[in-house]
Design a protein around this ligand. Structure first.
Ligand SMILES: Cc1cc2nc3c(=O)[nH]c(=O)nc-3n(C[C@H](O)[C@H](O)[C@H](O)COP(=O)(O)O)c2cc1C
Length: 211
C-alpha cells in the first residue's frame, strides 16, 4: 500500500492515552513546525497555539471538555485559537514580514496589503471571526497527517466548552478565542478504538466528476 495511505489508515482519533509515554522534545518540535508551516488564507495566520503544560489547568479544562480523558492523559495538548478580529496592524506586520523575508521593498508589495485590507474589512466582524476560525481547521488537518507520519497518536477535539476555555485562559483580552483542542501522545493498549475498522463513505458517494 502507498505509505501515505498506510499512515492515514494507521491514525485514528485516540480515546485513551498511555500516561507513561511522552513525546520527545525533538518530535514535538516537528509538530510545532508543522503547525507553523500550515497554509492560511493570504498567509495571514490569524492563529495562536496554546501548549498547556500545567497539570492542574489540564484537570480543570477536562471538566469543561465533557470529562474526556485525553485532556489530562495525553502527552501534550494544544488549544488552537483564532483571532477574534483582524486589525490594520496585523496586515501591516505581515507585509513587513514578507518584505524582510524575501528582501523586497515595501513599496513593491504595498498594493497587496491594500488589497487585503479592502477585502478583509469589507466583511462584517462576525464573518471575519468565522473566517479566522476556519484557518484553525486547516492546521488541524495538516498536523494530524504529520503525526500519522511520525507514528504519534492524536485526537482532534471540538468537544469542549469554548466559553469556559476562553475565560480560564484569558483569551478574549488577547483578541483570541478557542476553536479546537488537539491531544498528542501514544495510544494505550487498552484503547479498543485502535483496532476498529475505519468507517468512511465510498469514493462513488464522495466524488463527482464533471466533464
Ligand atoms: C473537528 C473535529 C472534532 C472532533 N471532536 C472530538 C472530540 O471532542 N472527542 C473525540 O474523542 N473525538 C473527536 N473527533 C474525532 C472524530 O470523531 C473522528 O475523527 C471521526 O469519527 C473519524 O474517526 P477516525 O479519526 O478515528 O478515523 C473530532 C474530529 C474532528 C475532525
Amino acid at each position: 500500500m502507498n505509505k501515505l495511505i498506510e499512515d492515514l489508515n494507521w491514525r485514528y482519533a485516540t480515546k485513551k492515552y498511555d500516561t507513561n509515554k511522552k513525546i520527545s522534545a525533538a518530535d514535538f518540535d516537528v509538530i510545532k513546525e508543522s503547525l507553523r508551516l500550515t497554509p492560511s488564507s493570504y498567509g495571514l495566520q490569524p492563529l495562536k497555539y496554546l501548549v498547556i503544560e500545567n497539570k492542574e489547568l489540564r484537570e480543570e479544562l477536562r471538566t469543561h471538555s465533557f470529562n474526556q480523558s485525553q485532556i489530562t492523559d495525553a502527552s501534550h495538548i494544544v488549544v488552537f485559537c483564532s483571532y477574534i478580529d483582524i486589525f490594520e496592524n496585523h496586515i501591516d506586520e505581515y507585509i513587513e514580514n514578507i518584505g524582510k523575508t524575501r528582501s523586497q521593498q515595501i513599496e513593491t508589495i504595498k498594493g497587496f496589503g491594500e488589497y487585503m485590507k479592502k477585502e478583509i474589512f469589507s466583511m462584517d466582524k462576525e464573518h471575519r471571526a468565522n473566517w479566522n476560525s476556519k484557518q484553525a481547521y486547516i492546521a488541524l488537518g495538516q498536523v494530524l497527517h504529520t503525526c500519522a507520519n511520525l507514528k504519534i497518536d492524536a485526537t482532534p477535539m471540538e468537544g469542549f466548552k469554548a466559553e469556559k476555555y476562553d475565560e480560564l485562559l484569558g483569551l478574549k483580552e488577547q483578541n483570541l478565542k478557542s476553536i479546537l483542542v488537539c491531544a498528542f501522545g501514544y495510544r494505550s493498549f487498552e484503547d479498543g478504538n485502535a483496532n476498529l475498522a475505519k468507517v468512511r463513505k465510498n469514493s462513488a458517494d464522495l466524488f463527482l466528476t464533471i466533464n
